[in-house]
Design a protein around this ligand. Sequence first.
Ligand SMILES: [Zn+2]
Length: 330
Amino acid sequence: MIGRRTRTSIALAATALAASLTLTACGGSSSARSADGKLNVVASFYPMEYLAQQIGKDHVAVTDLTAAGVEPHDLELTAKQVATVQKADAIVYLKGLQPTVDQAVDQSSAKYRIDAVAASPLVDHHLDEGTDPANGQKPAGPAGDPHIWLDPARYAAIAKSVGDGFAKADPAHADDYRKNTDELVGKLDALDKDFQAGLKDARTKTFVTSHAAFGYLADHYGLTQVAINGVDPESEPTPARLAQVQKAAKDNGVTTIFFETLVSPKLADTVAKDLGLKTAVLDPLEGVKDPAKDDYLTVMKQNLANLQAALGAPATTPATTPAATPAATS
Ligand SMILES: [Zn+2]
């Protein structure tokens, strides 16, 4: 809504004057900062929350619309959550993943709406092939595959757009947002290099997963994803689809059926048993069960290790692994 020149004047005002005067400069609309001086940020689900926290740190108060451990597809918002979206200073979301969130964002008066898709356009991975439209299951649709955060390079591009958005929303702390963004992007670049190095000598490039969340990851590292389900992790595959998966597994020397953490592994277990294969976790990071223990980086490193084991790739020493606790000296 506001032009570049207005933003510049807000930046100057924010630097020189108290936040209350910035309010005047904004023409009477809600302040870009709440009473405690923090930018009120709403994040739609875990990967967006992680970016907001890592880039905003102490300058932001982040509300995640999707509770820890909850599967985000088809999330329903409470009236209270809709009100939170309405009042937010900035929103970080991924248009096309959660229709109710998209609706709430459209109705919000938040000035700064950071849509991950603007930084990393969606691709149609034709993931609807595993679902049966006759059963009322909807295909991925024209919006494409939403799982862009699972490619570390795309996630880094989204991180940069969050950093830019926060710098505009809260110019007084723009330098901190830029510094935090650079730090995070550096870690994501290292993770990307670990994936490249870790998967390049894999015995097979094909992996089978229950939920079709890894299309971008597969594209980026030259792998082929065979998904039992479509993009909706709770949908049931058709017998024809199961036969296709079975053939792909056999033809490509697949050893492992991957399942995810937020949905029952029953389907993956059944398919693996039928084919005489193992199961392992490939986490789509749509939520983190224990945020105190795990984050985007630790889960992605575990995903890499699990992929290496399943694809017969030699173990590598990740550059991103924090140094192990030093052995006690003598
Ligand atoms: Zn998903």
